[in-house]
Design a protein around this ligand. Structure first.
Ligand code: KG4
Ligand code: ZN
Length: 400
């Protein structure tokens, strides 16, 4: 099965052509074509992602990404086509909120033959709704023009399922999903989410725990901003914490580990973020922020955040019959968090299989949307184009 997967939930416009074979016991994937454009440099000026700017950039870049991805896959074949009046009208209507995308898509469709694609997979939530709508409307227009079925993918599901991929050491375009023992406990950690979900059967999820306030990635980003670091704060904090750890710094301010001893599998990160704010004057006094203070607080913050994530995951393991643990989302790129999970689980739960996503699957991408889309298509969970909607608050645990 060849999927064209589209991701526009936040600040990356990404389109991948992914080929999948097999089923849930063993699936092989091959990335045929991949194109991704990050808007991060644009948003950095604002210190965060601005929905209207994200939408504008997606609308501008989505047809070029389609071209790049299909061309990379060798699926772009020039063939002049004259679109009928009604075809042009339907595409214009579907993309009425993105007129520039409609014009670019009509020009594209007039120039290239229908590619050898079986299914369109698109992120329909959660994320920034204006940004999501660009991908959703674009997919609806493509489905109409090419007469292809659509599967809708939850962005967090993409993060979770891509974490389960086993890379092929000889070929970076190939990977498999195999030897996965259910239930899988997923720790989904990103800029908008911090939740523990249990995948008891394929594509069916139960919520085990979640943050009661900030997401952990959001806490990293806000702490980064307090330390005068550029957006996104996660990688900036991580780099400084690593440096401090490598230097063997042990004298660290003790930051709180919120809800560590509470019985639930829920999290809270806003107190940790606030504690960083209160520590800054103690360390800086009347002087300017120094790189040393940044390193100390990054180190203390990352230790505290990692401890809470690990402790709650261990608690969730006790509370469920999970056989595997998978980390997914932007924060799962964090080296310290990956290391403490690998060490602790090997020590205390050697029978549990820990899946850490490849770095390319940690940040937003369309490959993961293709992976999840493949399993949706296997179950024939197609969504009629007219019913497909973007939902900024789409929940993983509501759909099964
Ligand atoms: O999944 P993602 O790319 O976008 C969302 O769906 O939110 O996650 C982005 C989040 C940001 O908060 C970013 O600071 C964080 O992931 N992040 C990290 C690291 N790399 C990205 N946090 C900690 N350590 C990292 N190395
Ligand atoms: Zn994400």
């Amino acid at each position: 099965m060849k999927l064209l997967a589209i991701e526009t939930s936040c600040d990356e416009t990404a389109i991948t052509v992914l080929e999948g074979t097999g089923d849930t016991t063993h699936a092989d994937f091959r990335i045929l074509g991949n194109a991704l454009l990050s808007q991060i440099d644009i948003h950095r000026e604002f210190g965060g992602v601005f929905p209207a700017v994200a939408k504008r950039e997606h609308a501008k870049n989505i047809v070029p990404m389609l071209h790049a991805s299909l061309s990379n896959a060798g699926l772009l074949r020039e063939e002049t086509r004259t679109l009928s009046e009604s075809e042009i009208q339907t595409i214009t209507e579907i993309l009425s909120r993105e007129p520039e995308t409609a014009a670019a898509l009509i020009a594209f469709l007039s120039q290239y033959a229908v590619p050898d694609i079986d299914v369109l997979a698109v992120t329909h939530g959660p994320g920034l709704e204006p940004a999501l709508w660009v991908g959703v409307n674009f997919t609806r227009a493509l489905a109409h023009a090419w007469q292809k079925p659509i599967v809708g993918v939850n962005h967090m599901e993409g993060h979770l399922l891509s974490a389960l991929a086993t890379p092929n050491p000889d070929d970076d375009r190939a990977f498999s999903l195999t030897n996965i023992t259910l239930p899988v406990l997923g720790l989904l950690i990103s800029g908008g989410h911090t939740e523990l979900v249990l995948m008891e059967s394929w594509l069916s999820y139960r919520l085990v725990g979640r943050t009661r306030d900030d997401a952990v990635g959001e806490a990293f980003d806000k702490a980064g901003r307090m330390l005068g670091l550029p957006y996104p704060g996660g990688p900036e904090i991580s780099a400084r914490a690593e440096k401090s750890r490598a230097e063997g710094r042990t004298e660290l301010p003790v930051l709180p580990r919120p809800m560590l001893h509470d019985d639930s599998c829920d999290f809270s990160f806003s107190g940790l973020k606030t504690a960083v704010r209160y520590r800054i004057p103690d360390l800086v006094g009347d002087n300017e922020m120094t790189e040393e203070v940044r390193e100390i607080l990054s180190h203390a913050f990352e230790d505290a955040a990692g401890d809470v994530l690990l402790a709650k995951t261990l608690r969730a393991l006790e509370a469920t019959n999970a056989q595997s643990v998978a980390l997914g989302g932007g924060v799962s790129a964090n080296n310290h968090i990956r290391t403490i999970f690998a060490q602790k689980l090997a020590e205390t739960h050697p029978h549990i299989n820990l899946f850490l996503p490849e770095f390319r699957f940690c940040t937003d991408n369309a490959i993961m949307i293709g992976i999840a889309g493949f399993f949706h298509a296997l179950q024939e969970k197609y969504i009629p184009a007219a019913e497909l909607r973007a939902n900024g608050n789409l929940r993983l645990t509501e759909h099964s």
